[in-house]
Design a protein around this ligand. Sequence first.
Ligand code: BGC
Length: 717
Amino acid sequence: MKFQMNDSAIIKQVNELMAQMSIEDKVLQMVYVDGPVPGNEAIIKEGRVGCVANVFTSSEINKIQSYTEKTKHAIPYLMIADVIQGYKTIFPIPLAEACSFDPDMVEKTSKAAAREAGASGINWIAGPMVDVARDPRWGRIAEGAGEDTYLNGVMGAARVKGYKDVDRMISCTKHYLAYGTGEGGRDYNTAEVSENTLRNVYLPPFKACVEAGTESIMIAFNDALGVPMSANKYLLQDVLRDELGFEGHLATDYQAIRELITHGVASDSIEACRKAINAGSELDMAANIYIEHLTGLIESGEVDSGIIDRAVLRILYIKFSMGIFENRYYDEELEKTITLGDDLKKIALESARNSIVLLKNDHSILPLKKSGSRILVTGPLADNNDAPLGWWRCQGKPENVITVLDAIKNTVAEKSTIEYLKGCEIIGGGSDEIESTVKAAGNADVIIAVIGEHAKMSGEAHCRSDISLPGRQLQLLAKLRATGKPIIAVLINGRPLDLSSVIEYTDAIVEAWQFGISGQAVADIIFGDFNPSAKTCVTFPRRTGQIPIYYNHKTTGRPHETPDTIEHLNDEALASFQTTFNSKYMDLKSTPLFPFGFGLSYTTFSYTEVAIENSNETFTAWAEVTNTGKVAGAEIVQLYIGDVTASITRPVKELKGFVKLHLAPGESKRAEFTISPDMLSFYNFENKLVVEPGQFKVWIAPDSATGNYQIFEIKES
Ligand code: BGC
């Protein structure tokens, strides 16, 4: 349910309090102070700012909250932290969890993370991140639900609900708007994007989170439509407040108000202050600009005091409604029992199992048998307890991670059949390790190579210009391939990588992502204790040069009709280019390596043709899905819709629904979807939300690249 300030009793309490507050008291409520930053101790001790960040234990937080109680108005602190993939019990990165296509599970992990954070005294989570990300070079792709608008909305809303379910906890949906589309995949870069695309692609996940009840939204660093977001009155006021009806609190990002000067739209900090406050930025995160100038600007009449009154009303309303005025302290004993509890670890395992995507499994080499074969475990990430935690690990510690090697040892029947050699480093290193590993491969029946990225190769400000496997890892795979032994690749990474060579050198690929603490999930999948069902929420490019590549692209006037024909630049390709003037590269196929929505299982599924029924102007689309294999499995069935003709160009198809069906061998179930008007609506040229009459294609399919469609028609009313 949308956050609304409609409780008159709370409004009364806030008004009474505000009547006693000075302008300075109010301005201080609009200030965020970073706890660990040297020099901030004094202001925290004064107890008068609105929010303190990055303090992590209940004893510390209780101490800090006690400062607020001693002040004239005794307004408790909001205590904020980036709980992106758990607090101390680390879950898979959000990109991985989105591959589960299971919002109930994501709500459960989010609630668990919020419970653990809340037990330590955190009451404001700086998440979820719902930035649609079509560029895997961008390091923060790890932090959201990937490239799809609808999926980001569903997962974001699930997280908001999970956080809300915890006592005294609120969320901060971020980063509004278009932060995921920085040019060249570089963090903080300009979002060169039309208003129409902003509305059709980047805005809907924020709408979903507003509707799920997020209490606050964080404003992005970047500019959009030529104006930095912290000063973007149009997108903050007209769109977010007036159109989406968001009534919660609007926080800027870290030092972003000061960055209005670097962006070149403010000549000094006073102008930055004026622009930010007038645009609707209500919390100054660590820029110290409101503290320096805002009181003065209000006293001199340069800024209307009504603006800060509205902002402070919202902050105090939230603080009252959370119940932190009555109780700002946390039970230090309870924190001990909740933190890293077995229940949390169980949820982490469930999440990792459901987030790991099986990308390749030639000749059903997986699952492996637990006994009877000699296994060589290799790769720089096999025995690595740091990389699985990813960049946003909050309070997660490597010592709590079960590595893939540990998990394999826990799972196989005879430990003696496992040999482990690192093979190479993630980055750098010499070739000696490779040679000895190749030698050891001679004694093995099967090789498990755990490869990928360092934890710090994704995350904020950690972008890559080339998304292939770093270091000598490919060399290791190539040499192991030459031994003729079967190879299972397990990938630990924060973004989809270029796997064009990995696919050639291996028999199976398990995309484990940065799975958090539960390496056991990887072994459960490799040895068949869990049948994988996740499907990728991002397109895997063949090469970095294909980026941006995403399933819901436009057709163009000249689509590439035979996208799978071109291998590389050769005479044939050159000759064909004399005659075929369409949208392609001369040196690469136009298709992705793995499409959005793709993932394998240890069983197989068949789909009937899509059927469409129309009764009382409501369309229902359905298909029968059957487990045609020998083991039970879960299939993520996806609904895509494409607008055949519209007043503006529209994507070839868009995900509009999905369902996970659990099927016993031979069992069939119907996947049925009611097609609602919002599934057909889009922002038109005038940026009005419309449903245009005409034909629509409907797919019910295992991924975004396969399946047949049916057509239905919406008649002019
Ligand atoms: C990030 C935000 C984060 C904030 C506070 C910023 O650099 O962009 O997502 O919430 O830091 O840690």
